[in-house]
Design a protein around this ligand. Structure first.
Ligand SMILES: [Zn+2]
Length: 287
């Protein structure tokens, strides 16, 4: 599953290549990937891309006209833009479709632009989706979400206030989308290690100073990963220009069970919290 840095990295790339392109025609090869398309497909055709935004892990392609496009990559989605010279930009779940001829077996939707360039939405497991709500309804998609981790208005005071009533461990607290969006499993473990906080501490026991440090660590680590293109565990396609991430080379605890802590040499341990693996150093993160 792509985490926020991968999605934000794709957004930054697509924002550059899609701006000002005019949609000529959209081909939906798998109905489930773009369910209501037959109803309003005509309204999207001929519209021009203004910019690509993001909220949580949902990409928002702002187009001219009454509607916008929302895209969720879920587990295995990819967005691959191919210009008229065959140059590619985008990303998503690492598969051979990064380098294969397109459309590929898992291509579900194709956006054809008037200049001959195309954007392919590939999705092996078909959990991802494209929707096209009216612009005035876009915000309704996000009513149950807390602020994004990179929201400039997000403060430690806000987190402390929500944490007051919460018994759940701090790791699960920071991964709760209703609290903040964008702190996925990898980044929760890495951020708690960065500030030497035990992932099992009840959220309400975190003091304001610790919360401030934790927020800064989360924002710094997630931005660093975004700049590196996120975390890609399948190295097979790393050669594709700009597609694979580089943050997997900077992980301090995630995926390092049994290996020595980079600060103190103790063995990194792995526990399960809310069904997800948590990695931490029992010596550095004993409180
Ligand atoms: Zn340690």
């Amino acid at each position: 599953m792509p985490e926020l840095p991968e999605v934000e990295s794709i957004r930054r790339k697509l924002n550059v290549v899609l701006a000002n392109r005019q949609i000529q025609q959209i081909e939906v090869l798998r109905d489930k990937s773009f369910l209501a398309f037959p109803i309003f497909g005509q309204e999207i055709s001929n519209q021009t891309v203004v910019e690509v935004k993001r909220r949580a892990k949902i990409l928002q392609i702002v187009i001219s006209g009454e509607r916008d496009l929302l895209i969720h990559l879920k587990m295995t989605g990819q967005l691959i833009f191919v210009d008229v010279d065959g140059k590619r930009a985008g990303g998503g779940h690492p598969t051979a479709d990064w380098v294969n001829d397109l459309p590929a077996k898992h291509t579900r939707v194709i956006f054809n632009f008037t200049d001959g360039s195309r954007l392919f939405f590939n999705d092996m497991r078909v959990f991802g989706w494209i929707r096209s709500p009216l612009k005035i309804d876009v915000s309704k998609e996000f009513v149950n979400y807390g602020p994004d981790i990179d929201d400039p208005n997000l403060t430690a005071d806000y987190l402390i206030d929500l944490a007051k009533k919460r018994q759940i461990p701090i790791k699960q607290f920071i991964m709760d989308n209703k609290v903040i969006c964008g702190v996925g499993n990898i980044y929760a473990s890495e951020s708690l290690f960065a500030v030497s906080l035990n992932p099992k501490i009840p959220a309400k026991e975190i003091n304001p100073k610790q919360m401030k440090k934790l927020l800064q660590a989360m924002q710094k680590i997630i931005e660093r990963s975004t700049q590196l293109g996120g975390t890609t565990f399948d190295g097979k396609y790393v050669g594709v220009d700009g597609f694979a991430g580089g943050f997997q080379n900077e992980l301090k605890v995630y995926g390092r069970e049994g290996q020595p802590c980079l600060k103190c040499g103790s063995k990194i341990i792995r526990i399960k919290q809310g069904g997800r693996g948590t990695f931490y150093c029992p010596s550095c993160q004993c409180i």
